[in-house]
Design a protein around this ligand. Structure first.
Ligand SMILES: NC(=O)c1ccc[n+]([C@@H]2O[C@H](COP(=O)([O-])OP(=O)(O)OC[C@H]3O[C@@H](n4cnc5c(N)ncnc54)[C@H](OP(=O)(O)O)[C@@H]3O)[C@@H](O)[C@H]2O)c1
Length: 251
């Protein structure tokens, strides 16, 4: 079963794996973002089939979101199926060094963008529609100096779960994928000392998106799918298994 999706934040790090999976599945996609250069690259790579198109738009603005949703619906085969909302941003810093403007910026990118984009897309969706968002396990186990980011993802997740109850009445599925840090070239460049064991390949995140936009997830409403790789919150009290104990390989 193929569909037609609006993919927001398509210019970001995780997007290409998601776009590749959905495009190979035969979905029709409208990719949006503010970075025209990156959108042109994506069109060059994936536009050959005629099913993947790009549109420069800022979906954090109601007018940009409505334009993007209307274009996605107009270019769809028999109606828009859903939205994969990849817009987001990260911020780290102690409370006393994070001013209100930075809190607003992160809330805007991670939470309010989802509100604006969803309000624009929802009128175009029918039964079987799909909404997919991206959150973080930090909302359950917050760490120091990540208060703005954690609060914004907690807001997004609670909001998504409430909206899921609201929209399931019309057969629309709203769900989220939760991940720690994706193993992308940018992440390797920015954080060379990172423990790669605690990261996750974008292809695995994309597979979860494939599940949440496919018939296998029929009836899954308000779910948060953890795609955490080998990540676990650790402390001195949680040691691994003793040496020699079999540990199955995981992807
Ligand atoms: N990558 C990770 O390790 C990771 C981990 C946990 C959760 N996530 C979440 O997964 C989603 C996708 O991750 P990603 O790494 O692909 O994100 P990303 O590269 O940081 O950003 C995705 C896109 O969001 C758009 N964006 C950012 N701030 C915006 C703003 N204020 N207004 C409008 N657009 C804005 C940007 O597009 P334009 O500038 O072109 O508009 C950007 O390309 C995000 O929600 C992210 O928080 C990612």
């Amino acid at each position: 079963m193929t569909g037609s999706y609006l993919v927001t934040g398509a210019t970001g790090r995780l997007a290409e794996a998601v776009v590749r999976l959905l495009a190979e599945r035969g979905d029709r996609l409208l990719l949006t973002g503010r970075n025209a250069t990156r959108l042109a690259e994506l069109r060059k790579t994936y536009g050959g089939s005629g099913r993947v198109e790009v549109l420069e738009a800022d979906v954090t603005e109601p007018s940009g979101a409505q334009h993007a949703a209307a274009e996605a619906a107009r270019r769809s085969d028999g109606g828009l199926t859903g939205m994969v909302h990849l817009v987001g941003s990260f911020a780290a810093g102690p409370l006393m060094l994070t001013d209100a403007a930075e809190y607003r910026q992160v809330l805007e990118a991670n939470f309010l963008s989802a509100v604006t984009a969803t309000q624009a897309v929802l009128p175009h969706l029918g039964a079987g529609g799909r909404l997919v968002y991206f959150t973080s396990p930090l909302i359950h186990e917050p760490l120091a100096a990540l208060s703005a980011y954690t609060a914004s993802k907690a807001a997004l997740t609670a909001w998504m779960r409430s909206v899921a109850h609201e929209v399931k009445r019309r057969g629309v599925h709203a769900n989220a994928v939760s991940l720690t840090i994706a193993d992308t070239p940018e992440m390797r460049r920015e954080r060379p000392g990172i423990d790669l064991d605690h990261t996750v390949r974008p292809e695995l995140v994309a597979r979860a998106v494939g599940f949440l936009t496919g018939p296998e997830s029929d009836g899954v409403y308000g779910g948060v799918i953890p795609v955490l790789g080998r990540f676990s919150f650790s402390s001195a009290l949680s040691a691994g298994p003793p040496p020699g104990v079999f540990e199955p390989e995981v992807e």
